[in-house]
Design a protein around this ligand. Structure first.
Ligand code: ATP
Ligand code: MG
Length: 265
């Protein structure tokens, strides 16, 4: 079966702290999803399990029908690419170009193909003019795009973006939106963790909500953002536009500005 499937997955860190507890979840292929939830809910820990950066303490993870317990992290990364929440945990090369090219050269791709793939990813991420720069000389917001480019060239079926919106200005957010749209066009499945509810409603149809080590809900954005039980349980707020629609007593489950405008007409 295509998709990422977690069966009763628990993860306990070496210090004894359990960050993910008894999670069963299916993310079907063909859908792009946002994962939301408060700080410390366990989002990053859970997605690191998807590509074997962490191994479950119990339970199993099946990616496109294969139990990844039998695969190395390098093998799993070809299927599931992960962009770290903190670029500093990911970047280790002396130039942006070398950082993006690293996995391609490691896999012994001809230098001509390496260059094509690096240029494609750098253009998509808006970092062509920084290719010769040391990634650590770039501001955090641009460094994040370097780490996204690294995962774009992997060509993995699944791309996990851990808080790509953090620290981004308006142009950065637009660029993120464009990258996600392009990846979806290229038939890659995008899983994005974010605290930006407007970004969620603009870019994703399905949402997974985590609270206190568990997945507490999964469904359409209307199902999630108009379910006050779930919102309370996970300490999340409705997007501003939904709050406004509710205060005005507008009918329907308004989530986006377009919904709102339609209703006002
Ligand atoms: N290496 C570690 N050792 C022990 N505990 C950890 C470790 N990494 C994370 N934790 C703890 O696990 C819990 C879940 O952390 P995680 O980073 O998965 O949360 P998150 O939902 O991604 O939060 P945020 O939105 O702040 O990124 C937190 O309480 C965190 O302190
Ligand atoms: Mg996190």
């Amino acid at each position: 079966m295509e998709g990422i499937k977690l069966e009763k997955v628990t993860y306990t860190y070496p210090n004894g702290y359990t960050a993910v507890e008894d999670v069963s979840l299916t993310i079907s292929s063909g859908e792009s999803v946002a994962i939301i939830g408060q700080n410390g809910a366990g989002k990053t820990t859970m997605v690191k399990l998807f590509n074997a950066l962490l191994r479950p303490s119990s339970g199993s993870i099946i990616v496109d029908g294969v139990d990844i317990a039998g695969l190395t992290t390098a093998e799993t990364s070809k299927k599931v690419g992960y962009v770290f929440q903190n670029p500093g945990d990911q970047i280790f090369n002396n130039t942006v170009y070398n950082e993006i090219a690293y996995s391609l050269r490691y896999n012994k791709l001809p230098e001509k193909e390496v260059e094509q793939l690096v240029m494609d990813a750098a253009e998509l991420c808006g970092i062509v003019k920084y290719l010769a720069v040391n990634p650590y000389d770039l501001p955090f917001s641009l460094r994040k795009f370097v780490t996204i480019a690294v995962v774009i060239v992997l060509g993995s079926d699944y791309v996990i973006l851990d808080e790509p919106t953090a620290g981004q200005d308006y142009n950065g957010l637009n660029r993120q939106k464009k990258i996600i749209e392009e990846l979806i066009k290229r038939k890659r499945k995008v899983i994005t963790i974010t605290h930006d509810m407007e970004f969620v409603t603009e870019n994703f149809k399905r949402i997974i909500v985590m609270a206190n080590k568990k997945v507490v809900a999964s469904g359409s954005k209307e199902d999630i953002f108009w379910n006050f039980d779930i919102l309370e349980k996970s300490s999340l707020k409705q997007p501003i536009i939904a709050q406004l629609a509710r205060q005005l007593g507008l009918p329907g489950r308004i989530i986006t500005i377009e919904d709102f405008v339609d209703q006002m007409k």
